[in-house]
Design a binder for this molecule. Structure first.
Ligand SMILES: Nc1ncnc2c1ncn2[C@@H]1O[C@H](COP(=O)(O)OP(=O)(O)OP(=O)(O)O)[C@@H](O)[C@H]1O
Length: 313
């Protein structure tokens, strides 16, 4: 049996709205984090891997199973969604028990597993109180208990740290690590990488429905830091400027502006690039009118995802 979560060229559209596009992934066991800004497609990816939505095209399988094999598939997967809502008036214990019975467990089995899940999330006596009276952190715990009670091998957590105070965050992260050590496959989404990178074995960055980087955390940071930058330079002699800039090999691409009064240059070393540009300006070889970053906002999104300037490791 495969131990991976596999997306084969998967796209999901909601009518005309893009959820995710052409995603191919093979996620190994361990802790994987999906990081992206709001609306980037994290929940869509998670709904796909938990069988809650069907792909518009492509195929998703979890540990070799597809949602078509519903009984076996849903036994393997636990999902803690971002929805913080519960049936009214239930105690935590009743909530757990009911969801285990819905999984088709016998009453005896459900009672045993509910008790065990309560202990694993350390909810103590609170299980016998109504969920209405729980704090945000306690509600998060009971949802987590519900997601792990049936002993799934894969646990999917959608923004599990959202709205938690620092203590509750630290406690949740420790619990996730513990679950991973016990052999569970964890997929966690977040819109801030720094929040989860400490416990992640691998990171998947997503923006606008596309996977933009994937790999171990150091590799992804390096990829982002070394991504060449594009700069538009407005000047009187763009060809001359381009050829001069190319004497230094950090320039990897040059493209004339369609109006002929500027050049787009792409560089792998922005510091060296600006140093050389200053030299050229002082030499008076060309008249430089304006210099501006010309990337779309991809770089800004990377920096936002990676945190700070992308140079931390
Ligand atoms: N049921 C739906 N119907 C229509 N569009 C949807 C639906 N679910 C998601 N979308 C759209 O798909 C895109 C991806 O949304 P998704 O919820 O997967 O992103 P996300 O990264 O989880 O966002 P957030 O961090 O805000 O939860 C967005 O443009 C969103 O508006």
């Amino acid at each position: 049996m495969s131990d991976r979560i596999v997306f084969e060229n998967v796209s999901k559209f909601y009518g005309e709205v893009l959820g995710v596009n052409r995603v191919s992934l093979s996620i190994a066991p361990g802790v994987s984090t999906i990081v992206g800004p709001n609306g980037s497609g994290k929940t869509t990816l998670m709904n796909l891997m938990t069988g809650l939505v069907q792909p518009s095209s492509g195929k998703v399988s979890v540990l070799g199973l597809t949602p078509a094999d519903a009984d076996r598939f849903f036994r393997q997967v636990g999902y803690c969604t971002q929805f913080d809502s519960f049936p009214r008036r239930l105690t935590g214990w009743e909530f757990l028990l009911d969801s285990l019975l819905l999984h088709g467990m016998s009453e005896g089995e459900a009672i045993r597993l509910a008790g065990e899940a309560m202990e694993r999330v350390r909810l103590g006596d609170a299980g016998h109180r109504r969920i209405e009276g729980y704090s945000k952190g306690m509600r998060q715990k009971i949802r987590l208990a519900q997601a792990i009670a049936h002993h799934p091998r894969v646990l999917v957590l959608d923004e599990p740290l959202n709205g938690l105070d620092p203590m509750a965050r630290a406690e949740s992260l420790a619990l996730f690590q513990e679950l991973s050590r016990q052999g569970m496959h964890l997929i966690i989404s977040s819109h801030i990488l720094d929040e989860v990178d400490r416990i992640s074995d691998r990171v998947i960055l997503i923006t606008g429905g596309y996977i933009v980087a994937e790999g171990d955390i150091h590799q992804v940071r390096r990829e982002v830091r070394d991504k060449p930058l594009q700069v538009l330079i407005r000047c009187d002699q763009p060809e001359k400027l381009a050829s001069r800039m190319f004497t230094d090999n950090h320039c990897v691409e040059a493209r004339l502006h369609p109006d002929g009064r500027g050049v787009f240059l792409r560089t792998g070393d922005i510091d060296e690039f600006y140093r050389l540009l200053n030299v050229i300006a002082v030499e008076g070889l060309v008249q430089i009118e304006a210099v501006a970053p010309a990337d779309d906002d991809t770089r800004a999104i990377y920096q936002y995802l990676i945190g700070s300037d992308g140079s931390a490791s």
